[in-house]
Design a protein around this ligand. Structure first.
Ligand code: SAM
Length: 281
């Protein structure tokens, strides 16, 4: 069965402009998601270029099937994290990482990524491994929970929330998104989105993966190959900015942001920042 992704890719033209895919080249999409960036890369590197896409969420395989059918051997999809790409044993002419989660995961995965619907609090990209958000909230001490909310959610009241969770879980586990919303005690989207972001980052160990992934992907680039990365919040952007500045020849002095036109059509693009650099050597 094939499915259609509802995810609208972000900064696609800008990514293509930076990577400049060519026929005969081989490109990595490290965060396949709905496949929009892979599709654009495949079109641009035709007729002979190739795209290898990876994603740690095996459910996105459904969106890879139409590309396999259409592009045959020019397209390959592997379920893996982008920090593991050395296992592919391929050298790439360019790579893209589009961080965070896709609209498909947010809207329809049923994994509790959003405070807007009552779902089990899972939040794992790879639902076959590791601790769910609900388990993390039951098993993590209040001090560590405070760190997660303060650091990953940039929430000054992280301590208060950690204490509320620690006392609530003595009565009953925090199982669902609405359980968590009730504990937070507000319906304010700004507050809730930061708390959900913090938990998701912790559950998926996203910042460690990002640091390791930037190095791993760069090691797989050919000299002169371009790495382009889209981030969605300042914690990610800080890591990407430092990496591009210190380990690559920067191609973006300032982050590239979406045009007003793109933001009107796709509000998720509002917080996107694209940075890119060329592998030296
Ligand atoms: C914003 S979406 C990508 C959207 C995609 N660029 C498109 O055009 O449709 C991010 C994707 O990265 C995946 N992801 C997150 N962390 C990952 C990691 N460490 N390794 C591989 N994939 C990851 C998520 O599962 C999600 O599908």
């Amino acid at each position: 069965m094939t499915e259609r992704s509802v995810h609208q890719s972000i900064l696609t033209e800008e990514i293509i402009g930076l990577i400049q895919p060519k026929s005969g080249g081989i490109y990595l999409d490290g965060t396949f998601g709905g496949g929009g960036h892979s599709h654009a890369l495949l079109e641009e590197c035709s007729p002979q270029g190739k795209v290898v896409a990876v994603d740690r969420d095996e459910s996105v395989m459904a969106f890879a099937k139409p590309l396999m059918e259409r592009y045959g051997r020019r397209f390959e999809f592997v379920v893996m994290r982008y920090d593991q790409v050395a296992k592919l044993g391929t050298s790439f002419d360019g790579a893209v990482l589009d961080l965070g989660l896709s609209s498909d995961q947010l809207d329809a995965s049923g994994r509790g990524f959003t405070y807007g619907r009552n779902e089990p609090l899972d939040m794992r990209f790879d639902s076959t491994k590791g601790q769910t958000a609900s388990q993390l909230l039951s098993q993590t001490n209040a001090q560590e929970l405070e760190r997660i909310f303060r650091e990953y959610g940039e929430d000054r009241h992280g301590g208060q929330l950690a204490r509320k969770i620690a006392s609530r879980r003595k009565i009953a586990p925090v199982r669902t998104t609405f359980d968590l919303v009730a504990i937070v005690g507000t319906t304010e989207p700004k507050v809730l989105s930061k708390i959900f972001q913090a938990l998701r980052i912790a559950v998926n160990d996203e910042l460690t993966r990002l640091k390791q992934g930037l190095t791993a992907v760069t090691e797989c680039l050919k000299p002169g190959g371009v790495l382009a990365v889209i981030s969605f919040h300042s914690l990610e952007d800080r890591i990407v900015k430092e990496f591009v500045r210190n380990s690559l020849e920067p191609l973006t002095k300032k982050p590239v942001i979406a045009t007003e036109h793109e933001i009107i059509n796709n509000p998720r693009a509002r917080s996107a920042k694209l940075r890119a650099g060329k592998k030296i050597g």
